[in-house]
Design a binder for this molecule. Sequence first.
Ligand code: SF4
Ligand code: SF4
Length: 446
Amino acid sequence: MGLLKTFVLGGIHPPENKLSAGQPVRTLKVPDQVVVPMGQNLGAPSKPVVKRGDKVKTGQLIAEAGGFISARIHSPVSGTVFKIDQVMDMSGYRRTAVIIKVDGDEWMEDIDRSDTLVTEINFSPEEIIEKVKDAGIVGMGGATFPTHVKLMPPPGKSADYLLINGVECEPYLTADHQLMLEKGAEIIVGTRLLMKALKVKKAVIGIENNKPDAIRQMTELAAKEEGITVQPLKVKYPQGGEKQLIKAVTGREVPSGKLPVEVGCVVQNVGTTFAVYEAVMKNKPLIERVVTVTGKALSNPSNLKVRIGTPIKFLVEEAGGLPEDTGKVIGGGPMMGKALATLDVPVVKGTSGVLLMREAESHRLPESPCIRCSKCTQVCPMGLEPFLLSRLSRMGRFEDAEKEKVMDCIECGSCQYTCPAHIPLLDYLRLGKNKVGALIRARSKK
Ligand code: SF4
Ligand code: SF4
């Protein structure tokens, strides 16, 4: 297998806790009602093109992109638009959502719902990008950046490497792992489609070494393809960060404030790659995804195929029901996820997992003053000084935080995990990024 690669700077080794590893993907039944938020992608929210009372089919367009960096949204069910309202989503904010009462499950006629593997690619790069755009695909690893935009490098830039991210370094989550085991052949076709769209000759599928079955399977499948290889990676968090994956696989470093394409790389998650296969070869928009539902007290940690818009409570019920001593429910994994205010919030395109923490696990330890141990700096994979950035944010000195490169923070939480003083560093870093982002946007409007 050769020497395992990884990134150089920082990183941590949290317990993996992959409780749902090896659990076959089960399809969750369609709920009676779905809530489809219009803000499911990074960038501008989508704009509804349906109104109360409209009948919709599964896969029908219900929202257009709201700008260049935005994505279309399709109905995940068939039924009637009940209302368009402000509804709380995973962020905890109330935002516009289309609420649909379900009636049967009547799909758009042009969607191929069969499991037949389609391998012959008869589309031009432009046609592939158009189909990805039409299908409303966004980065499904959590970043939710519209995929078609990533496939169109800015003028003067081009990629020579496609990296498929099968790392899934976040503890507990196993959705990508299981998808590689069950849909490996489709992911390979998706990889070929992305290579063609980007006009690149080399693709590398990066997988952490704690998934030997996925490495074996994807290596066997890739061996039949020209230009696709699998790179096993050392288990180290956050190996799945875009910049960390690029460094580990290619040795290239993405400069501060720049995108991966600056160093000739485009990264796509395995879930996104599967969605690209379905969009182009099956005409299927992004209306469902695999979500890990997990936790130590949960009786049946699971990988579930779920329609977008399904309330989280249905996923928890399917995985054994809410354990009595649940202290906190997190959307995502324990490192980067966010606590949910209610189980009524719906699954969106970027939902990779739901983690139920027991009461005893869910309390933060009391914060004490910084002892200047520099552990947070040592583990930061972006070479930042988390103690300084969090202090600047706490003091409202956002211009100074910008100078100290707070926008480079990838919100991996390694610093907070390591801090012996239990300072909520990540909370302050997110606040700083939020405020500095607003400053940058205000400057660009002047
Ligand atoms: S959360 Fe940000 S500052 Fe903290 S370790 Fe990760 S990248 Fe560095
Ligand atoms: S790890 Fe915590 S205590 Fe140590 S320097 Fe960083 S913020 Fe201070």
